[in-house]
Design a protein around this ligand. Structure first.
Ligand SMILES: [Zn+2]
Ligand SMILES: [Zn+2]
Length: 264
C-alpha cells in the first residue's frame, strides 16, 4: 500500500479516537454531566484526550458551556449566524483559543473542574501530550508514515470539529425549536455530534439520537462503557429544554433520577 494511503487511514483512525474522546468525555460527561465515568475510565479518557488533542478539559468545557449559555446571540464564542459560516468553519481554532485563554470564562464556567496534580504534572501541557502522540505514531509506523498520519489527523479532527459548530448551526434538519441543526452525515464523522439540533434540545441526554433513522455512534461507545461497569448514564429519558417545532414543551418532565423519592 502506498505510504500516503496508509498514513491517511491511520490519521483518520487517530482522528476518530480523538472525536470519541471529545464527544463522550469532554462534551457529554464533563460539560453536561450526562454520564459519569469510573475513575479508571476517566483517567484513560484524560490520557487519550491529552495525547490525541492536547486540549485542556476545563478550557474546552468552559468554552462549550458559554456556547450553550449564549447560543447564537452576543457572547457565543463561535456562532456562524453572527460571524458567518466560513469564519467558524475555517477559524474555529482561533475562536476557541481566544475564549479558552480568557481566565475569567474558565473560572466562571468550569468551576467544578479545578486543576489537580495530574493536570499540573501532565495534562495542562498540551504540546507535551501532542508530542507523545506524534512519537507513538512514528515509533509504531515509521517516522515518514507517522508524521504524515499526524498531519492528516490534525486536519481531519479540526475540520470536523469546526463543522459541528459551523454546519451544525446552519445546515440540516430542524426538529426542535432551537438554532442548531441535525446532519446524519456529520454525525457519522463526529461520533454523533452532527445531531446538534437534538443536542441543543436535550443537552443533558447522553444519547444524541432521538428518533428512528438517527444514528449516534458515540452512544454505542457509552453503551459499551455502561455494560462493562465503566459508566453510568444520568437520565433515563429525554429532558427537553426546547420543544419540537410547532409544539409546546411537555408539562410533565421526567424527575431527576437522584431526586429524593418523596419529591417524585
Ligand atoms: Zn451548538
Ligand atoms: Zn453541548
Amino acid at each position: 500500500m502506498p505510504q500516503v494511503l496508509s498514513a491517511l487511514i491511520i490519521g483518520f483512525v487517530a482522528s476518530q479516537i480523538a472525536v470519541v474522546c471529545t464527544t463522550v468525555f469532554l462534551h457529554r460527561a464533563l460539560s453536561h454531566r450526562a454520564l459519569s465515568l469510573s475513575p479508571g475510565a476517566r483517567f484513560a479518557f484524560r490520557l487519550v484526550t491529552w495525547v490525541s488533542t492536547g486540549i485542556r478539559p476545563r478550557q474546552w468545557v468552559a468554552v462549550h458551556r458559554k456556547h450553550h449559555a449564549f447560543t447564537d446571540v452576543e457572547g457565543d464564542p463561535h456562532s456562524p449566524l453572527l460571524l458567518g459560516f466560513w469564519k467558524v468553519q475555517l477559524g474555529n481554532v482561533q475562536l476557541y483559543r481566544k475564549c479558552a485563554r480568557d481566565g475569567e470564562v474558565v473560572r466562571r464556567y468550569a468551576k467544578d473542574l479545578p486543576a489537580d496534580k495530574w493536570d499540573r504534572a501532565l495534562f495542562d501541557h498540551g504540546v507535551l501530550g501532542l508530542g507523545l502522540g506524534l512519537a507513538f505514531l512514528c515509533l509504531a509506523f515509521g517516522w515518514q508514515v507517522g508524521l504524515m498520519a499526524a498531519g492528516f489527523h490534525v486536519v481531519i479532527y479540526l475540520a470536523i470539529n469546526a463543522a459541528v459548530n459551523a454546519v451544525g448551526h446552519m445546515f440540516g434538519k430542524k426538529i426542535y425549536e432551537n438554532t442548531a441543526r441535525n446532519s446524519q452525515w456529520l454525525a457519522w464523522l463526529t461520533a454523533g455530534e452532527g445531531l446538534h439540533n437534538n443536542h441543543h434540545a436535550a443537552p443533558t441526554s447522553a444519547r444524541l439520537s432521538h428518533a428512528k433513522g438517527e444514528i449516534d455512534p458515540g452512544w454505542w461507545v457509552i453503551s459499551l462503557l455502561v455494560r462493562t461497569g465503566q459508566a453510568k448514564v444520568r437520565l433515563g429519558s429525554l429532558r427537553l429544554a426546547t420543544p419540537r417545532v410547532g409544539e409546546a414543551l411537555p408539562e410533565v418532565l421526567e424527575p431527576e433520577p437522584d431526586a429524593p423519592v418523596a419529591a417524585r
